[in-house]
Design a protein around this ligand. Structure first.
Ligand SMILES: Cc1cc2nc3c(=O)[nH]c(=O)nc-3n(C[C@H](O)[C@H](O)[C@H](O)COP(=O)(O)OP(=O)(O)OC[C@H]3O[C@@H](n4cnc5c(N)ncnc54)[C@H](O)[C@@H]3O)c2cc1C
Length: 404
């Protein structure tokens, strides 16, 4: 065992854990900080498999942490990328209504966005929409000019570099398997050895609830993995999508619906859908882990959700297995897209917390527990909001009074 305790051990080298570690190391250079990551590099899970969108904050409930931290985070993300020479672009996006009902919901989105402090939002008729996106279908759209794109794996690698430059140590291949308590410190037990620490911040993403349980905390939720699958649009058809084209989200779900995204590296993709994954890190349809699947199925919260949402769940499964269904969703936004224009692309797995009553936990959730802080629900837009989220975690860490 490494004998002298670290001041802070951070579990998880995704965009959230590393944003916190970087800011803690920069602001409190006298502290010894250790980042423990089970993989052999950073950003290997949600952070490296997302859509790369710098969200504006238009969707989130006014007053929520998501709304506040996303709006602040989008501004800070653009500044951070500019300062460090990371490719990014504020290209704007269209949220497109394809039915009368969705069209009514666009008015609510406009009001939400304005309540969250966004400027420049505009409702557009068909002609104006097509001046921005000539091939878009639908009835009406909301233009969101502050939305942007970047590559969060590159952003996260920069957070790691800056954390290291300020003295933080990164230990990869250091999956956390348990905790013990010795002389008032927590001993973090990992596959790479034991590391004593005075304070532990759990940013383990898809495993954050399990890590909390290992620490003796009942998190009152379960992380349910939802896989999102992407299709690539053939480069020869790239003229169909200039920037970002999104549907109007269904208020019953936390996910934004299948959308078109121009990536910062030039390709265009469509997705992600939202299918229950039968393994926590199940990136392929065939991935299955009996323990993970049983854990989800036997959770009361999951059974309550399944009773309420079985129809839409089945529909997502169908869309996952039948390309035609997926392409049909895309055609609602861009009618000229054809089956042969789309080829299967990558996928990502979202960590979405589910409460015991079957409600998806909507807002970010942080649970302090003595010498631990558990970051238990930081789904999208947490990559966008990663800088202010890291700052919030630092505030909570200091207010625990263990490290100063
Ligand atoms: C398909 C998809 C699309 C998305 N699109 C966007 C978007 O466009 N814009 C946006 O802002 N957000 C988006 N998000 C959300 C965003 O990617 C996540 O909110 C964010 O990456 C969460 O970061 P994290 O650090 O909490 O988790 P992760 O990136 O998952 O990092 C957690 C880390 O913890 C490690 N870990 C787990 N268990 C242990 C253990 N026992 N010991 C040590 N290490 C452990 C993992 O290996 C991992 O590296 C998307 C997410 C997905 C999946």
């Amino acid at each position: 065992m490494n004998s002298s305790p670290y001041d802070i051990a951070v579990i998880g080298a995704g965009v959230v854990g590393l944003s916190f570690a970087m800011q803690a190391a920069q602001k409190l250079p006298h502290l010894r900080i250790l980042i423990l990551e089970k993989e052999n590099g950073v950003a290997r899970h949600q952070t490296g498999h997302n859509s790369g969108v710098i969200h504006s904050g238009v969707y989130y409930k006014p007053g929520s942490l998501k709304a506040r931290l996303c709006v602040e985070g989008a501004r800070e993300m653009v500044e951070f990328c500019a300062r460090h020479g990371i490719a990014h672009e504020t290209c704007g996006k269209l949220i497109v209504a394809t039915t009368a009902e969705e069209s009514a919901r666009l008015d609510d989105l406009l009001a939400r966005g304005e309540a969250n402090g966004l400027t420049g939002l505009r409702l557009l008729g068909q002609q104006e929409m097509r001046e921005i996106e000539p091939h878009v279908g639908g009835l009406r759209a909301l233009a969101v000019p502050s939305t942007g794109i970047t590559d969060y794996a590159i952003v996260t690698a920069k957070y790691a570099e800056l954390a290291g430059a300020s003295g933080a140590e990164l230990k990869t291949g250091g999956g956390v398997v348990g905790f013990a308590s010795v002389d008032g410190s927590v001993v973090v037990q990992t596959r790479a050895g034991d590391f004593p620490a005075r304070y532990v911040v759990n940013c383990a993403g898809l495993y954050s609830d399990r890590v909390a349980r290992l620490a003796g905390c009942d998190p009152q939720l379960m992380v349910v993995p939802f896989r999102g699958e992407y299709y690539d649009l053939a480069p020869a058809r790239a003229e169909l999508v200039r920037n970002l084209i999104y549907p109007v989200p269904d208020p019953q779900y936390p996910f934004l619906g299948v959308h078109f995204t121009r990536r910062i590296h030039g390709n265009i993709d469509a997705g992600p859908n939202a299918v229950l994954a039968l393994r926590r890190e199940g990136y392929r349809r065939t991935d299955f882990d009996l323990g993970d699947a049983m854990e989800t199925m036997s959770y009361a919260g999951f059974r309550a959700l399944a009773r309420r949402q079985w129809k839409s769940g089945l529909m997502e499964f169908r869309r996952s297995f039948r390309k035609k269904e997926f392409v049909r969703s895309c055609q609602q936004l861009v009618p000229e897209v054809r089956d042969e224009d789309m080829t299967p692309g990558g996928s990502g797995v979202r960590a979405q917390a589910l409460a015991p009553d079957g409600n998806l936990v909507d807002d970010f959730r942080f649970v302090p527990q003595g010498r631990f802080l558990h970051v238990l629900n930081v789904p999208s837009p947490a990559a966008t909001a990663s800088l202010p989220i890291g700052r919030e975690i630092l505030k909570m860490t200091l207010s625990a009074g263990v490290v100063t």
